[in-house]
Design a protein around this ligand. Structure first.
Ligand SMILES: C[S@@+](CC[C@H](N)C(=O)[O-])C[C@H]1O[C@@H](n2cnc3c(N)ncnc32)[C@H](O)[C@@H]1O
Length: 210
């Protein structure tokens, strides 16, 4: 049975797809310098997995550079756009904790503003799964909305629909990653102002150490 927070996210993102696609299109990636940094650390044939890939804009960056891309997302409408705009990547409809790639098979896992839509206990589980599927010295790049609160909220994109949201501090993310045996390589906090919202975002680049 689908988890409540995942069902809410599926319904929400299917509904606001047009607004989201306008705000987060392919020509503008607010986190491009983090993608550049990750790309500089990957070998030519590297496989990059994007958790909550949305319209596939981050994967397009990697696929255009010749890397292999895999995206998972819970929203059918997001996946439809991703398949259309990034045909060379593979996309699957999956919830984060359902991913079942082979152990030690992925070179890099990326995720931007998607793991904020699951409870914090699920975030810990997801990081353990990432550790399992990443190759030795595989890399993890996270972009997470900074904040303290966790729970159901309304008003995202001006809509009355409910959505699950969990904000994170830098130290909280680092603590979870260290418990999952990642070594932190670089961190940063950046301000984002879009048409629909304004926020601080925490970025963490980490490496699987064993
Ligand atoms: C804010 S969007 C970010 C999309 C993309 N990462 C980007 O940077 O443009 C969050 C995405 O996470 C997906 N998502 C939310 N909860 C999810 C879950 N439990 N499992 C899989 N995908 C989920 C949504 O469908 C949505 O596409």
């Amino acid at each position: 049975m689908k988890k409540h927070h995942a069902k809410l996210a599926e319904e929400f993102y299917d509904k606001i797809i047009k607004l989201h696609h306008k705000e987060f299109h392919y020509e503008y990636l607010q986190y491009v310098k983090w993608l550049d940094l990750l790309a500089s650390k990957l070998s030519k044939e590297a496989v990059v997995l994007d958790l909550g890939c949305g319209n596939g804009r981050a994967l397009k960056y990697f696929v255009d550079k010749g890397f292999q891309g895999i995206g998972i997302d819970i929203s059918d409408k997001m996946l439809k756009l991703a398949r259309k705009y990034v045909p060379k990547a593979r996309f699957y409809k999956k919830e984060f904790t359902q991913i079942n790639f082979n152990p030690n098979s992925i070179d890099a896992v990326i995720s931007f503003f998607a793991l904020n839509h699951i409870p914090k206990t699920e975030f810990k589980k997801t990081m353990n799964i990432c550790k399992k599927i990443l190759k030795k010295y595989g890399i993890l790049l996270l972009g997470m909305v900074k904040g303290e609160s966790e729970g159901l909220f309304k008003g995202f994109y001006g809509k009355k629909m409910e959505l699950y949201g969990a904000g994170y501090s830098m130290s909280e993310i680092i603590k979870v990653l260290k418990l999952s045996k990642f070594r932190i390589l670089k961190t940063g906090i950046e301000h984002f102002k879009g048409k629909y919202f304004e926020e601080d975002d925490v970025y963490v680049l980490a490496k699987k150490i064993n």
